[in-house]
Design a protein around this ligand. Structure first.
Ligand code: ADP
Length: 230
């Protein structure tokens, strides 16, 4: 059994009289410690996959196995525990608590789990620790949000368009940081993007179209984030 398996997963939304199939028969397998990139145009179903993996939404059919547990069968209490202990999430717009400093934002996450770790030094954040989010650049805020996610020592780190609001150079810094987290802490990383160029840094590339997996492959020519170009 793979570390993460999505099997015949469907997610449907009812909008008025219309049924939208956001995910249709999605299947893939991910091994522990892999860096995975999910690609696809807007509306392809990427965020839906990420939200299902993160226990923030539930599917209508199919299995979602995480480290041997089928989270598709979890009740809301089990899902809360799962989100709290096993999942780190990085959002496009950082989602930091505005009236807490960078340090306090990270501590907020480590306080709610048993096996917290302190990633601040490793991620080069020491200088801005006492600043509030509004005093930080977008790239700095994203660094803090990555530290917050990693502080929980999560089994899986889910990143939804983490560079979507950043310029080219800052995007590459953030991608390098995500790569460093993956290598240093060994968390399984699953990152959603619509930027095709980013796929070259992944171990596994999953391409979605119209809610389904069109292509899924192991990247034999993985390159460091620093060497990406677009
Ligand atoms: P992506 O992340 O690739 O842009 P999403 O997973 O967000 O795609 O969405 C896939 C499809 O599901 C889209 O057609 C979107 O409009 C629809 N969808 C997503 N969330 C909802 C929702 N809460 N209600 C209705 N439709 C939704």
């Amino acid at each position: 059994m793979a570390y993460i398996e999505m099997k015949h997963s469907y997610k449907r939304y009812q909008v008025g009289d219309t049924e939208i199939v956001a995910n249709r028969d999605v299947n893939f397998e991910i091994e522990k410690g892999e860096l995975v990139i999910i690609l696809g145009a807007s509306g392809a179903g990427k965020s839906t996959v990420l939200n299902l993996l993160g226990g923030m939404d539930t599917n209508d059919e199919g299995d979602i196995l995480i480290d041997g547990q089928n989270i598709a069968d979890y009740n809301s209490h089990q899902l809360t525990d799962y989100r709290r202990n096993d999942v780190g999430f990085v959002f496009q717009f950082y989602n930091l608590v505005p009236n807490l400093t960078a340090k306090e934002n990270v501590e907020l996450a480590s306080e709610i789990v048993k096996d917290a770790q302190d990633p601040v030094a490793a991620l080069g954040l020491e200088k801005r620790l006492n600043n509030f989010p509004a005093q930080l650049s977008g790239g700095e805020q994203q660094r803090v949000s990555i530290a917050r996610a990693v502080a929980k020592n999560p089994k899986i780190l889910l990143c939804d368009e983490p560079t979507g609001a950043l310029d080219y150079n800052t995007s590459k810094d953030i991608l390098e940081l995500i790569e460093r987290v993956n290598q240093k802490y060994g968390n399984t990383v699953i990152m959603v993007t619509h930027n095709d160029a980013i796929k070259d840094m992944a171990d596994i590339v999953i391409r979605l179209r119209d809610g389904a997996v069109r292509k899924s492959y192991r990247n034999e020519k993985k390159i460091p984030a620093r060497e990406l170009d677009w």
